[in-house]
Write a protein that binds this ligand. Structure first.
Ligand SMILES: [Zn+2]
Ligand SMILES: [Zn+2]
Length: 160
């Protein structure tokens, strides 16, 4: 979505709220549903501050047992919108000299960066048996899968 910066720039103390939905299903497979973006741009003493929340209902699979999980995820993103900046290394400054700002790219980047790298159906998910594939959350299969300490494993190989 494109927001008009011209008027808010000229209006110290002004607030520009926005709310819309975007589609990230093409770039993020865990986000097949519409992604809601809502927030506002505030002119605080001539400085434009952007504050937005990007959220959706994610379709994930558990990293351990592969069970589908639906999980609400929302990511907050705050930045200063500056017309020019000397230190472009800074993450939370959006440099925009135009009269309008296209929010989608910033919202999408912030959301994808904010996604969890690990997804579990529950904290103590036991996962699948590495031998028979049984879901260990549902039943014990009796396979001897006691996780072998990798250091012991190495020692065993050395002893051979
Ligand atoms: Zn699981
Ligand atoms: Zn098993």
């Amino acid at each position: 979505m494109r927001v008009d910066l011209k008027h808010i720039r000229e209006n110290p103390g002004g607030v520009l709220p926005f709310e819309y939905e975007m589609d990230l299903s093409g770039i993020e497979k865990s986000a097949p549903n519409p992604v809601k973006v809502s927030g506002r741009i505030v002119n605080r003493a001539g400085v434009l501050l952007l504050d937005m929340t990007i959220g959706t209902d994610l379709s994930l699979v558990c990293d351990r047992c592969a069970m589908p999980i639906n999980r609400d995820k929302s990511v907050r993103y705050e930045a200063v919108i500056a017309e020019s900046v000397e230190d472009e290394e800074t993450d939370d400054i959006i440099v925009c000299g135009e009269d309008y700002l296209e929010l989608d790219g910033f919202a999408a980047d912030a959301f994808i960066l904010g996604l969890d790298s690990k997804n579990l159906c529950r904290e103590d998910c036991k996962g699948l048996c590495q031998i028979c594939g049984n879901d260990l959350n549902e039943s014990e299969c009796g396979c001897v899968t006691d996780d072998i300490d990798p250091r012991l494993e190495k020692l065993k190989q050395l002893l051979k």
